[in-house]
Write a protein that binds this ligand. Structure first.
Ligand SMILES: *Cc1c(COP(=O)(O)O)cnc(C)c1O
Length: 425
């Protein structure tokens, strides 16, 4: 495009405003290119991406091996539907189940679809294996959860913005406080419980990081009461928190769990999405062992695009990158460093009250009310200073850069963050 016809950011913002549903409130920046930890806007300005598309781009923007796998497969065969077999799906399923240590995988596309899939599997398991009375199955969930946007999922959200005027709601959920094993045990003692659906760290809620033992204790309680322990690792999984999965707690496994670790919790049902494709394509999955997954029979669940050959090769390439580039280890080391440097700054200021997180999934809490606009204004200033982040809830800013970041790049980013925060003192 010649410079004469090239449009500025406002043009594209206006187009979205005029023609798109207003279901998001984006930071005003219009991106046109990405490479590794960087993105560029239509004016050519470069930014560090500190959101990574909500942790979908763990492998960095446009990772060449993921893009190559995708473009080759896109020129060969894109979609058969599951009416026929294709030569990539089985290879991918073998790869996935070996990678994560489960008997079976059920491939879907988006995160919300994978959560829906897990709910259906858990209910069916409850009726057919646990002997729960028909229509009575209940799933325990945590307060302030985020599991997606479908009608059933928002039914058990307590975010009024996400719920209001979308009823009637799907019944069959019990809500308990997060990081509260006593509340979990009490709920598990109710009749007809199919399982406990939980995020190992509550990302959307503001990176609420539970006790190191929470996952392990939850798993043991679920086992004791014969309920499924269902981990939604869509945001926390795939190296983001310094381990392959966040159900590893704080184990020091270099991203590949040795299951003897004291804080490791093996989920009965594992839900993945986001970084399963490195952000290249919508790829999600549910993993479980045979005694659970085999409750699903032909015709009972599916998706036209789920398990398509492009998704299959993209998923394998994305997971290869995680291992080859030791992203879990990098996330763990850089995460410890990040929190240490931000904590040093917090000692000197009243602007930020705390930093929390694990690996490279972190958040800072700004000293403002939840209704205040300081966090939003800080994000605008961060943008001006060359770094993109977004408030999660009110006064909380999440920091989640691609995991391919180097120490030098992270130092430059922390300098930008501290400089920006200082300008709000
Ligand atoms: C993003 C997210 C989802 C939903 O994924 P979509 O692909 O947006 O449908 C579900 N659970 C968690 C924990 C997430 O972070």
């Amino acid at each position: 495009m010649s410079t004469a016809t090239k449009k500025g950011s406002q043009h594209y913002i206006d187009l979205e405003d005029a023609h798109g549903a207003h279901n998001y409130h984006p930071l005003p920046v219009v991106l046109e290119r990405g490479d590794g930890v960087y993105v560029w806007d239509v004016e050519g300005k470069r930014y560090y991406d500190f959101l990574s598309a909500y942790s979908a781009v763990n492998q960095g923007h446009c990772h060449p091996s993921i893009v190559n796998a995708m473009s080759q497969q896109a020129q060969t065969l894109t979609l058969t539907s599951r009416a026929f077999h294709n030569d990539k799906l089985g290879v991918y399923e073998k790869y996935m189940t070996e990678y994560f240590g489960f008997d079976k995988v059920l491939p879907m596309n988006t995160g919300a679809e994978a959560v829906e899939t897990a709910i259906k599997i858990a209910r069916k398991w409850a009726y057919e294996k646990k002997g729960v009375a028909e229509h009575e199955a209940k799933i325990i969930v945590a307060e302030n959860n985020f599991h997606g946007r479908t009608t059933t999922i928002i039914s058990f959200s307590n975010d009024e913005v996400a719920r209001k005027n979308f009823g009637p709601y799907t019944p069959g959920f019990i809500k308990i406080p997060y990081d509260d094993t006593a509340a979990l045990e009490k709920a598990l003692q109710e009749d007809n419980v199919a399982g406990f659906l939980v995020e190992p760290i509550q990302g959307e809620a503001g990176v609420y990081t539970p006790d190191d033992d929470y996952m392990r204790a939850s798993q043991e309680l679920c086992e004791k009461y014969n309920a499924l322990f269902i981990a939604d690792e869509i945001q926390t999984g795939i190296a983001r928190t310094g381990a392959l999965l966040a159900v590893c707690g704080k184990c020091d496994c270099a991203g590949h769990c040795e299951k003897q670790q004291a804080t490791y919790a093996q989920p009965d049902v594992l839900i993945l999405g986001k970084a399963l494709s490195g952000g290249a394509y919508p790829v999600s999955a549910v993993l479980a062992n045979n005694e659970i997954m085999n409750v699903i029979k032909p015709g009972q669940h599916g998706s036209t695009f789920g398990g398509n050959p492009v998704a299959a090769v993209v998923g394998m390439a994305a997971l290869d990158v995680v291992k080859d580039e030791k992203l879990a280890q990098n996330a763990r080391e850089l995460g410890n460093y990040f929190r240490a440097r931000i904590n040093e700054y917090i000692e000197t200021t009243d602007t930020v009250t705390l930093v929390r997180g694990r690996g490279l999934l972190n958040a800072i809490v700004i000293n403002d009310t939840e209704e205040g606009d300081t966090a939003w204004n800080i994000c605008l200033k961060l943008r001006d200073n060359g770094l993109l982040a977004k408030p999660t809830h009110g006064n909380i800013i999440r920091f989640a850069p691609p995991l391919v970041m180097t120490k030098e790049q992270l130092d430059a980013c922390i300098d930008i963050i501290i400089k920006t925060l200082k300008s709000f003192e």
